[in-house]
Design a protein around this ligand. Structure first.
Ligand SMILES: Cc1ncc(COP(=O)(O)O)c(C=O)c1O
Length: 356
């Protein structure tokens, strides 16, 4: 039986994507060859890369607006250092919002390159909210934020207006909600949550911000070099890019980000309503900053843990335990999670009331 997969990442993908991807492993485009054994320079794969790059921009509403999409390697963790390498001047400075563990990891890398100003932090409160009311220094080379804090279950609802380039790690909520993406100058996201398998990172960059910081950048870390090579500077993660393309096509067929967001809102509303109604549970994040992708919650009485764990496991649910720094539970309800699976979890939470 297929499980209800609440894993934070790598995570659930649409069933039809799994089916198409497995066909391509055996016989890609009726070529008599597996996608795993063809050249990345072959006509068929070049077409995959071109469509994936262009569809990413189309879905974000950034087509023809001076942006380029790239599918790189090294995960979002490599983007943590590519951002300062490409954007921070020698003796320059950058502004960072510290909203969680991944933001902290990005800050650690930026500090290797120059002055790194933390404009706001919710660390003292174990990142239960997104810092607000901060000021961004006008002379910083860029501002960096994390749109969705995967571990803590918080999500930025508003983004600051600033004249300096805005860089955003959207690893765990890319393609999940409508935003004015043209407010961002550099977006990056590891594929393994809302887009595809682990192994590729989507980077969307406004070309005009590149090549201005005066640094000599190693080729593999230089966004301009990757743009010039049409995201084929070296051998790309062929399969991860292909599966990402299948997911982007699935989003488009659903009606684009707007349609997917409607479903995501319905799923999040269903689950948060139960967390707030059920006296056995409480949400881990401040209500106003709750994430619609990673729903973190706790049992009010830890003595119910064994009974609850047995119930959700018996219901075919997988990947529900929270990250060790929050404890409790984390239901990752990415784009591909059907509302029927969320209902299964809600029913289990209701059943617990009858058992304790
Ligand atoms: C928001 C966020 N940023 C960055 C990362 C790190 O991504 P990667 O493992 O692709 O380096 C993660 C991984 O969970 C994440 O959730």
């Amino acid at each position: 039986m297929k499980k209800h997969n609440y894993s934070a990442g790598p995570s659930i993908l649409p069933q039809e994507v799994f089916e198409k991807a497995s066909k391509a492993v055996l016989n890609f485009n009726d070529s008599g060859l597996s996608i795993l054994e063809i050249s990345h320079r072959s006509k068929d794969f070049v077409a995959v890369m071109e469509e994936a790059r262009s569809l990413a921009l189309e879905l974000l509403g950034l087509q023809g607006k001076g942006y380029q999409a790239l599918f790189l390697q090294g995960g979002a963790s490599t983007a943590f250092l590519m951002a300062p390498y490409n954007l921070m001047k020698e003796n320059g400075k950058a502004a960072y919002l510290d909203s969680g563990t991944w933001a902290t990891a990005a800050i650690k890398e930026a500090k290797l390159f120059g002055e790194t100003v933390i404009v706001g932090s919710s660390k003292e409160d174990n990142y239960t909210y997104v810092p607000k009311g901060y000021e961004i220094p006008a002379d910083a080379d860029y501002f960096h934020c994390t749109s969705n804090n995967t571990i803590f279950g918080t999500q930025m609802q508003e983004f600051p207006s600033t004249n300096i380039p805005v860089v955003c790690d959207m690893s765990s909520d890319i393609f999940s909600r409508e935003l004015d993406f043209s407010k961002f100058d550099l977006i990056y996201a590891g594929a393994q949550k809302n887009m595809g398998p682990a192994g590729t990172t989507l980077v969307v960059v406004k070309e005009e911000i590149l090549g201005k910081n005066g640094r000599t950048i190693p080729s593999m870390l230089d966004y301009s070099k990757h743009i010039k090579a049409e995201s084929m500077y070296n051998t790309p993660s062929v399969f991860a890019v292909y599966v990402s393309l299948l997911t982007l096509q699935w989003i488009k067929a659903k009606g684009g980000i707007a349609a997917v967001e409607k479903l995501n809102n319905a799923k999040a509303d269903l689950l948060y309503a139960e967390i707030d109604r059920n006296p056995l549970f409480k949400g881990a994040a401040k209500i106003e900053d709750r994430s619609k992708m990673n729903v973190t919650f706790l049992l009010n009485n830890p003595e119910h843990t064994e009974t609850f764990d047995a119930l959700w496991k018996a219901a075919g649910i997988s990947g529900l335990p929270g990250h060790r720094s929050v404890g409790g539970y984390r239901a990752s309800i990415y784009n591909a999670m059907p509302i029927e699976s969320v209902q299964v979890l809600v029913d289990v939470m209701k059943t617990l009331e009858t058992k304790v």
